[in-house]
Design a protein around this ligand. Structure first.
Ligand SMILES: Nc1ncnc2c1ncn2[C@@H]1O[C@H](COP(=O)(O)OP(=O)(O)OP(=O)(O)O)[C@@H](O)[C@H]1O
Ligand SMILES: [Mg+2]
Length: 536
């Protein structure tokens, strides 16, 4: 075989755009498995709608419609009542990977990287060859529509068929056709995703039309907007090597030392001196744009050795105890529940987070199974439902670690839902798919405490309920014999049988003084009838 020179080989050398990269690595964006891919599309559009509405101070109304258009091929349409996107930004926003209004800010927001929506455009394009169709409001009485696709080689948008529209347009509506996806009515499906989104966002109203044309509405449970998270500076303890490099390369600061003070929270010039002492080979007078990977690595090591003041927990906005209660009541309508909001804690030596947990029993909580019922675990990070990768998640681990028997709870046979939301500016995800919270020790311990507290709150209800159902069984069984005994005694003594039966029933009832609600006894029936009359 003839040898090839370096020059010949390097004729094939090519640069490769970020969208080319994701085109080949779709799984990194959550497009793996057909059911999950469809959830990913809905998730990306819905979280964008929520972010946009909240940023504009509008209570979100979101419509999701999924239509089957072929084998493993569906049309997805998501519309909101938010601010829409200005015409000149729409192409870049929806069809340029790593472009958006959020990623340069450090706030607890759903979207961060500017990948979500453009990832959907890319996914539609590579699976069906079709552009997405967008209708947006454009100020008073105006709107526009267009089709958008992505030039993956250059990572630039193609906007076509742009038409200005007159009429009362609201928000943004995106429609796309996706293949290699599948709608499934399961624990991992779109319906469940939307239901859980409504649970963790009680200020949202969601209408969903599924592929069988059935309409489901999750009604808004509270009419106030959630508090908005304030932007904060990133805390050094939350940084990985590539984050530090990214910040350094984007900064306006001239020197590494001033870059640290200006970019990060809790970083005084004294702290920089401490870093200098440890990272001796790094020149702190150098231009941060020239920072190299080995230097960043050394700086991150130094950061881990310095003692920092914890970041400000003010930037964390949990859902709130009362809102969770409203949401659970609205959607699961349990017989009883207990909600817990814990104080901020820190992990990795200083990153604050807040855990909220709830245990709900009865009603539509848990799953109904052939045998009766079983427990459900509802995981959330910054209010976003986590449906996949449960095995790798700190929330699952913490819940599995609780001794449920102690609380009279059996996750295998009772209708219970365990709700956990972790809020933080820096949720440590276990993978790029952002479907699991990584198993940090402090986080697991804190979730366990929260869940146990919630379980204690419902424990006596469950115990009372079990006791009551046991007692009700005995009461009913005894009552069944009252008539027969009365008859037999009447035969023997010649007394009036009906009177005897009444007396025996009174005696039995005296033994079971708690048999008032829900036992099906005679007194009960009377009370129920009276109550019904009152209602009418
Ligand atoms: N429904 C919408 N209403 C208004 N603006 C939107 C809407 N959807 C997307 N945008 C704009 O498009 C930008 C890009 O969205 P995209 O989902 O790609 O990125 P992101 O939400 O910023 O981050 P992430 O990759 O984490 O989702 C957003 O930053 C936002 O400015
Ligand atoms: Mg997004």
């Amino acid at each position: 075989m003839a040898e090839r020179t370096a020059d010949e080989i390097f004729k094939e050398f090519k640069e490769h755009s970020i969208s080319e990269f994701f085109k080949k690595n779709k799984q990194m964006l959550g497009y793996s498995g057909m059911v999950r891919s469809l959830v990913t599309v809905v998730h990306e559009y819905v979280t964008n709608s929520l972010d946009a509405c909240e940023e504009a101070g509008i209570l979100p109304d979101i419509d999701v419609t999924i239509t089957e258009v072929g084998e493993n091929k569906y049309r997805v349409k998501v519309s909101d009542n938010g601010p829409g996107i200005p015409k000149k930004f729409v192409g870049k926003a929806l069809a340029t990977v790593l472009a958006g209004t959020k990623f340069h800010r450090y706030v607890q927001q759903r979207g961060q990287q500017g990948i979500g929506a453009s990832g959907c455009t890319l996914f539609a394009q590579v699976t069906t060859g079709k552009p997405i169709h967008v209708v947006s409001s454009a100020g008073k009485g105006k709107g526009y529509e267009c089709k958008i696709s992505l030039n993956t080689v250059k990572n630039t948008p193609n906007v076509t068929d742009l038409v200005d529209l007159d009429g009362d347009f609201k928000g943004l509506s995106i429609e796309g056709e996706f293949a290699e996806v599948k709608f499934e009515n399961s624990d991992h499906g779109v319906y469940e995703y939307l239901k859980r989104t409504a649970l963790s966002n009680p200020h949202v109203q969601i209408r969903f039309i599924d592929p069988t044309a059935k309409e489901h509405t999750f009604i808004r449970a509270v009419n106030e907007m959630p508090e908005r998270s304030k932007p904060t500076l990133p805390h050094p303890l939350g940084l990985a090597v590539n984050d530090l490099l990214e910040f350094a390369h984007l900064t306006q600061s001239r020197k590494l030392s001033s870059f640290f003070v200006e970019t990060f929270a809790r970083t005084t010039s004294n702290k920089v001196s401490e870093l200098k002492e440890i990272a001796k080979t790094v020149d702190f007078d150098k231009d941060p744009h020239q920072l190299t990977w080995p230097e960043a690595e050394e700086l991150i090591k130094a950061i881990r050795q310095v003692k920092w003041i914890a970041p400000d927990a003010v930037s964390i906005i949990p859902i709130g105890e009362e809102r969770i209660r409203f949401a659970l009541k609205n959607i699961l309508d349990p017989e009883f529940m207990h909600v817990v909001e814990r104080k901020p804690q820190v992990f990795k030596g200083g990153i604050p987070f807040v855990i909220e947990a709830a245990v709900a029993y009865g009603g539509k909580a848990g799953y109904s199974t052939e045998q009766g019922a079983s427990g459900a675990i509802l995981r959330f990070a910054n209010r976003v439902p986590l449906l996949f990768d449960a095995g790798n998640c700190a929330i699952t681990e913490a819940i599995k670690g609780v001794e449920w028997k102690r609380y009279n709870i059996d996750l295998d046979s009772q209708p219970v839902s365990i709700f956990v939301n972790m809020s933080s500016v820096h949720v440590p995800y276990a993978g790029v798919g952002k479907e699991a919270v990584s198993k940090e020790e402090e986080i697991i311990a804190e979730i366990k405490l929260a869940v146990m507290e919630a379980a204690r709150g419902v424990q006596h209800f469950i115990r009372g309920k079990e006791h009551a159902s046991f007692e009700a069984g005995r009461y009913k069984a005894t009552m069944r014999y009252a008539k027969q005994i009365a008859g037999d005694v009447a035969d023997l003594t010649g007394e009036n049988a009906e009177k005897l039966e009444e007396e025996i029933e009174k005696l039995v009832a005296k033994h079971y003084p708690r048999m008032k609600d829900g036992d099906g006894g005679k007194e009960d029936e009377k009370e129920e009838a009276a109550a019904e009359e009152e209602e009418n």
